[in-house]
Design a protein around this ligand. Structure first.
Ligand code: NAD
Length: 331
């Protein structure tokens, strides 16, 4: 990881969940870190996420849709971790054009700025397993057909492929990680807009039942945020990764009901109940999903280290201590 020492790093979406955890790690390594975030109130950005490192990072509150600001920020950077995104699948259906602007058009502007101003930058793009849609087979590897089930999946796919295209055509070193459900301190837990696990954590700590949609038998895999950060750093450091996409994932595959039971067993109380799948969610649900991550294991030697029990315990303990900074209404 010495490659990041004294390097200039830009993280888009840096006040969000994964971006802030990545920033913390890069600061430890000795990088000069700049965070870009729009802090759109309903999205995942939260200044509390970086309260412990706020004096050690440069913070730029701006929107990645502003091509002039982005060109200025990209100019002198060695690495770009490109994480800013509209992440709600439901919102992508109700406001598809906003999702298009942030997850696709803005990505193209960022890459154009790199091409014109800083073609030697190295980029890691945060893509998603959502682009596969409903799996034909499990575990899902990178050769699985791409069949997004919502607008967000299509726009993230475009964003991902713009990065690969600029790598292949212009030699701007870029790669993409297709993240599975990532969790940990800093994730958005306020409501059900983003990942279901966020609102489950809030419900549990507020003494309300966890609501499981449907029969609770859906299979999922999860990565603790530190493991996701490891993968991002490896992908940033290794030129082996250039022009490639890699699945992240875990061998710990669990049904949603067993996940709820595991959370409840961790000592913070909690109950769960089954509720009918809301129709607007059911139509974009991908059913069972878990990843084959053997490619990144083989090529970049990445494998998750934090098991689900340990990761969930750290997460619950974090929100137990810091809840007022995550579920008060700021907007
Ligand atoms: N967390 C997961 O489980 C998961 C899974 C798959 C993919 N991803 C991808 O990883 C990336 C980071 O996700 P996260 O979980 O940290 O989400 P997050 O919502 O916590 O972080 C995204 C950040 O981007 C910022 N942002 C959004 N639109 C912006 C804009 N127009 N200009 C500037 N900043 C903007 C938000 O304010 C937020 O801080 C996203 O691109 C997401 O699609 C995450």
């Amino acid at each position: 990881m010495n490659i990041f020492q004294n390097s200039n790093v830009l993280i888009t979406g840096g006040l969000g969940f994964i971006g802030s955890n990545l920033a913390r790690r890069l600061i430890k390594i000795g990088a000069n870190v700049t965070l870009v975030d729009s802090l759109i109130p309903t999205y995942g950005g939260n200044l509390f996420n970086i309260s412990d490192i706020s004096g050690k990072v440069n913070i730029n509150i701006c929107d990645v849709r502003d091509p002039y600001a982005m060109a200025y920020l990209i100019k002198d950077k060695d690495f770009l971790f490109n994480l800013a995104g509209q992440t709600s699948h439901l919102d992508s259906m109700s406001s598809p054009h906003i999702d298009l602007e942030i997850n696709a058009s803005a990505q193209l502007s960022i890459l154009e700025a790199c091409r014109k101003i800083n073609p030697i930058i190295k980029i890691v793009f945060a893509s998603t397993r959502q682009i596969y849609g409903k799996p034909d087979y499990l575990p899902v590897d990178e050769k699985h057909p791409i069949r997004p089930v919502d607008v967000n999946g299509i726009n993230k796919l475009a964003g991902e492929w713009y990065h690969l295209l600029y790598n292949n055509i212009y030699g701007i070193r870029a790669c993409a990680l297709r993240l599975t459900n990532t969790y940990g301190p800093g994730m958005r837990v306020k409501d059900a807009r983003q990942t279901f696990l966020g609102i489950w954590i809030r419900s549990l700590l507020e003494g309300k039942p966890i609501k499981i949609f449907g029969d609770g038998l859906q299979l999922r895999d999860f990565n603790y945020v530190d493991d996701c950060v490891d993968a991002m750093l490896l992908a940033g450091a290794e030129n082996e990764a250039n022009g490639k996409v890699f699945n992240l994932g875990s061998t710990e595959v669990i049904t949603l009901t067993d996940l709820a039971k595991l959370l409840i067993d961790l000592g913070y109380g909690g109950t769960y109940e089954f509720v009918p799948f809301p129709s607007e969610r059911k139509v974009i649900d991908i059913g069972n999903y878990y990843s084959d991550f053997s490619l990144i294991k083989k090529e970049l030697t990445w494998a998750p280290k934090v098991d689900l029990c340990e990761g969930l315990l750290k997460t619950l303990s974090y929100y137990h201590a810091n809840k007022e900074n995550y579920w008060n209404d700021f907007d």
